[in-house]
Design a protein around this ligand. Structure first.
Ligand SMILES: NC(=O)c1ccc[n+]([C@@H]2O[C@H](COP(=O)([O-])OP(=O)(O)OC[C@H]3O[C@@H](n4cnc5c(N)ncnc54)[C@H](OP(=O)(O)O)[C@@H]3O)[C@@H](O)[C@H]2O)c1
Length: 333
């Protein structure tokens, strides 16, 4: 079968003929129709991600049809259209993952491939309200933002929530999930066009994080945010601490803009802020996310669908540029 292969860091992704996986006990074999990118695919190619740096089939998100099942598979999966939970071997403690934790697509072979074999406990029926492309784009951003907003930050109806960098695939789902929970949602972006698009999706207002004092304006207009969802970190994290209301929660899961610098400690402890780290989620988080997505008919926003796996490098380059508004999808066949 054909798969997109990273031979070494900073080398272009290539299509390679690789051995077809055979489903082991408890596994199903899925013929993938679509896969989706996540920023980790960019980090991995650049050698900026923990774990193996070469000899990898990338991709954490995908949708396909089950074509074969291994021994002791219990579900009636054959012929079913499914998506894959990419958060594997979390461990026993719902508060944090254990030593065996991994994310599909590094080190395990990922979804930029014609076929994939995965344990049936990570396989779920495609949500009926989504197109195949939308369903392929849901899993990783879905589980991450669901856990961030609800398991970690416990967002409640009526709270003011700020989601930063709204162009991100994760940020847009966070916006949609928080609106569905009855929160008043605000956004930041480097682009006024993206802010307008977020408002069209239900955001109350937006602020350009490139303007140094954006957080003063935001705080004056809103009184401060109850919850802030961030994936950029970097120098701008200090502005988020300023923008939070006393007692607020800042939940974050990414470091797109690098290390957090120059935080004045009393801005956090004096104002009783909670800073919450989060990554991916448990099997229960994934199930809850799917149920919530279906109940509220939430659809991941797609920026672009590439017509073939051969465009994987173009897609990674496009994600690196940061011009997208939502998820970037690859057609696998
Ligand atoms: N820990 C986890 O479980 C987990 C899971 C998913 C993602 N992540 C991390 O979360 C981040 C986002 O992932 P993604 O796949 O959603 O990425 P993505 O779609 O590539 O996000 C790109 C967006 O990031 C925003 N951005 C860039 N620099 C920023 C800055 N200085 N301040 C605020 N926003 C900024 C931009 O928004 P604008 O264009 O609107 O300015 C850009 O559109 C990545 O760092 C990723 O590794 C972590």
């Amino acid at each position: 079968m054909k798969a997109v292969f990273l031979t070494d860091t900073n080398q272009p992704l290539i299509i390679k003929e690789v051995e077809m996986p055979e489903p082991k006990a408890h596994q199903v074999l899925i013929k993938l129709a679509y896969s989706a990118l996540n920023h980790r695919d960019v980090w991995i190619q650049k050698g900026k991600y923990a774990g193996p740096k070469s000899g990898l089939i990338l991709g954490s998100d995908g949708l396909g049809t089950v074509t074969k099942v291994g021994e002791r598979v219990e579900g009636n999966w054959l012929g079913k259209k499914v998506i894959i939970n990419p958060s594997h071997d979390w461990g026993d403690d719902p508060a944090a993952f254990g030593n065996d934790f991994k994310i599909l697509g590094n080190p395990e072979p990922g979804t930029f491939s014609e076929y994939i074999a995965v344990d049936e406990k990570y396989v779920h029926l495609k949500p009926a309200h989504l197109t195949d492309e939308e369903a392929a784009a849901l899993p990783l951003a879905g589980i991450t933002t669901y856990r961030a907003l609800f398991t970690r930050a416990a967002v409640k109806r009526g709270e003011k929530v700020l989601v930063t960098g709204i162009g991100a695939g994760t940020a847009l789902l966070a916006l949609q999930y928080a609106i569905a929970a009855g929160a008043q949602v605000y956004v930041t972006s480097s682009s006024s066009e993206k802010i307008d698009r977020a408002k069209a999706l239900g955001a109350v207002a937006g602020y350009n994080y490139k303007e140094e004092d954006w957080f003063h304006t935001a705080k004056n207009e809103t009184g401060g945010f109850d919850v802030i969802v961030d994936s950029a970190s970097g120098k701008g994290f200090g502005s988020l601490i300023e923008a939070a209301r006393p007692g607020g929660r800042i939940v974050f899961f990414g470091g797109t803009d690098g290390v957090i610098g120059n935080i004045v400690p009393n801005k956090i402890f004096w104002r009783n802020l909670s800073i919450l780290g989060t990554t991916m989620g448990t099997l229960q988080d994934f199930k809850d996310m799917l149920e919530y997505t279906e109940k509220h008919h939430i659809k991941p926003i797609l920026d672009k669908v590439y017509p073939h796996l051969a465009h994987a490098q173009d897609a990674v380059d496009y994600m690196h540029e940061g011009k997208q508004f939502g998820k970037i999808v690859l057609t696998n066949v």
